[in-house]
Design a binder for this molecule. Structure first.
Ligand code: XIL
Length: 637
């Protein structure tokens, strides 16, 4: 089944020798290119920035080589004077990249100020309209943490411009970096097994099977995999407000997203729009003044209408559905009597929404107006801009009882309001027609019964259900686990149980979208959450999705991965049983946060790589020396 993905022994030997040279040579150089073109390490020990530049073309960020602190040797690189979230030190690595090969990127980061902030290790592929920006790792780092490794892996397409960089939403963030490495595992080439049945084909009679993609995914072997298994895509980042507009009020940029959509359309893959109104990855001009204060309710509404008319208008006829409002509710919802009380309110942290803040500014409370009104407006503007799109509300921690109910109650109330809205020209049509379960779960605390309870409660609103961002990393929030055999099996079983559940309710489920293609490029890569390995190899989880009943019955282990239709009548569609009536729940005590979207660190990977490289160096050197000695002896004879 598994393909051998290793280049010839000669190349392997060259790599080992190269590694030996790189790791046994004291660091006194400019950027070291591994001679066979397989990587680069940078330690600033020659007192220069060694190719690192600020991301801003105007050179706004100040990069200083400093001996204030260092992770190894004497020097590190300090970045100051950042004025944009995306500002940071960046290195162009294009000349070291082999298309289709997988690279491991590692940078040591030391925060200087503020005390704690969120860092992103990212990689940019291509420039201008063709650029894609991919987060490799997202991590909160505080000054007292000292040096912290940020690491991730990425498989690159053929591109002339490729950078790795560190960014931070806090504009006043200053930080040091040191000991940067960008190294490929030799010969790893991305490919999938095209002889396996298509997941989209298997579930054709149940629901669409989706994946989240970026610009880097729409060509080459990654897109071959997408075309084989998926009939729906969500663009992971490039259709968010911060990607479709610039910092300047009223300016839009559709080129990047359009390029992704064009490839998907050519391949006959449907597109789900993500997302129009969100507190995150948005633009300040939509709801804030230049000084950071909230706009008034009327100003924000006018901006929202313009934004939605332009964006949903641009994509009308091209997307089948939209996540109109994303994550309006608090991360963890306690017991409540009015759903409006548990929304993200106006404020400046990520637990707040500037939309709510602006809509509060000028609200006539006596007339029943509140910050919450932005949600209804967003849905109405989108309905009017693209009447053919199915409109979704989308959120996470949706299996939490309180949050599930809050979302359902909001849906029911706003749909009721729409019934009497003079702009509603199709009386029987709901306004919020879809509810998106992001389904960002964890192997340590996923309870499939909770998932079912949410499906049942949400069906009772009359809306269809979308599973919109499914992933199941190993471990729990802030504590990823190693991908041991046991964990991989546990993860696969969860996928099997979930897909059986989704089939059971398939009459009400429109799509199941998995949030990304492979573990290495997932936003939660530390927990290996997806169906494919970094090189496209199908994981146990894939086979669990391919034939969930067979997997649970152990057929996979008896017969191998090909589904056995006779042994598994479940492969045929069957009607969905009527959902059980909902018994209203008594308000529950506030529960501690069960989950959060923020991925945690991947601490052990680098140690393992170092140990592996160390062993390879020792064994490699031994082999080389022995070969050399034997030759010498033979020659002397
Ligand atoms: C994530 C992307 O996958 C990351 O690349 C990005 O850095 C942050 O956003 N809920 C959502 C998605 O609705 O848009 C988020 O996607 C994951 C959580």
């Amino acid at each position: 089944m598994r393909r051998l993905k290793v280049v010839s022994r000669t190349v392997a030997l060259i790599v080992i020798m190269t590694m030996a040279v790189v790791f046994l040579t004291p660091a006194v150089f400019t950027a070291i290119a591994v001679p066979n073109g397989f990587g680069i390490t940078v330690d600033f020990e020659d007192g220069t920035t060694m190719g690192f530049e600020g991301r801003d073309e105007q050179g706004i960020e100040v990069l200083t080589v400093t001996d204030e602190i260092s992770h190894s040797g004497t020097y590190s690189l300090l970045t100051t004077n950042r004025t944009k979230a995306w500002h940071g030190p960046s290195l162009n690595v294009a000349e070291f990249v082999q298309a289709g090969a997988q690279y491991t990127i590692s940078i040591m980061v030391h925060a200087k100020t503020p005390d704690v902030s969120q860092f992103r290790l990212s990689t940019q592929v291509g420039q201008g309209a063709n650029a894609s920006y991919n987060n490799l790792e997202i991590k909160n780092i505080s000054v007292s943490d000292g040096w912290v490794e940020m690491t991730g892996t990425f498989t690159y397409p053929a591109e002339e411009y490729i950078t790795i960089y560190v960014e931070n939403d806090e504009l006043n963030a200053e930080f040091y970096i040191d000991d940067v490495s960008f190294i490929t595992e030799e010969g790893v080439v991305f490919s999938h097994d095209a002889s396996l049945p298509s997941l989209a084909g298997i579930y054709r009679d149940y629901f669409l099977i989706g994946t989240a993609i970026s610009r880097a995914d729409v060509s080459g072997p990654r897109f071959e995999l997408v075309k084989h298994h998926f009939n729906l895509i969500t663009v992971g980042n490039e259709m968010k407000p911060d990607a479709l507009t610039t910092a300047e009020k009223g300016t839009f940029n559709f080129e990047r997203a359009d390029a992704i959509l064009a490839s998907s359309e050519d391949a006959g893959i449907s597109i789900h729009g993500h997302t129009l109104v969100w507190h995150s990855q948005s633009r300040d001009w939509l709801n804030k003044k230049a000084n950071g204060d909230f706009l008034t309710r009327n100003e924000a509404r006018a901006n929202m209408e313009e934004f939605i008319n332009t964006v949903a208008g641009h994509y009308a006829g091209r997307v089948i559905s939209w996540d109109v409002v994303n994550e309006a509710f608090q991360t963890s919802v306690g017991s409540f009597s009015d759903w409006k009380d548990v929304l993200r309110k106006g404020g400046t942290t990520n637990e707040h929404s500037a939309w709510y803040g602006a809509y509060t500014n000028g609200a006539n409370e006596a007339a029943g107006e509140s910050g919450a009104d932005y949600i209804y407006d967003a849905f109405v503007f989108t309905r009017l801009a693209d009447p053919n799109a199915v409109l979704y509300y989308n959120d996470f921690n949706e299996t939490d009882k309180n949050k599930r109910n809050a979302i359902a109650e909001m849906t029911e109330e706003l749909n009721e309001q729409w019934k009497n809205d003079p702009r509603n020209t199709v009386p029987d049509r709901l306004l919020i027609e879809g509810l998106g379960m992001q389904a960002h779960y964890w192997t340590d605390n996923l309870n499939v019964d909770d998932v079912e309870d949410t499906i049942i409660r949400w069906i009772s609103t009359g809306a269809e259900i979308g599973i919109t961002e499914l992933d199941i990393p190993m471990g729990r929030y802030n504590a990823y686990k190693e991908a041991t055999e046991d964990e991989l099996l546990k993860q696969a079983n969860f996928y099997a149980e979930l897909f059986l559940l989704f089939k059971k309710y398939s009459e009400n489920i429109s799509r199941v979208t998995i949030w990304g293609i492979d573990d290495a490029t997932s936003w939660r890569s530390g927990g290996s959450p997806l169906l494919f390995e970094y090189d496209g190899t199908e994981k146990l989880a894939f086979f669990a999705v391919m034939d969930p009943q067979g997997f649970i019955d152990g057929l996979y282990f008896d017969n191998g991965p090909v589904p056995d239709d006779e042994a598994n009548p479940d492969i045929e569609p069957h009607p969905m049983p009527a959902p059980e009536p909902i018994v209203p729940e008594a308000p529950a005590p506030t529960e501690p946060p069960v989950d959060n979207n923020v991925p945690a660190s991947n601490s052990n990977t680098w140690m393992i790589i170092l140990i592996a490289i160390g062993s390879a160096v020792i064994i490699g050197s031994g082999v080389i020396i022995s070969v050399f000695l034997i030759r010498e002896r033979n020659e002397k004879k």
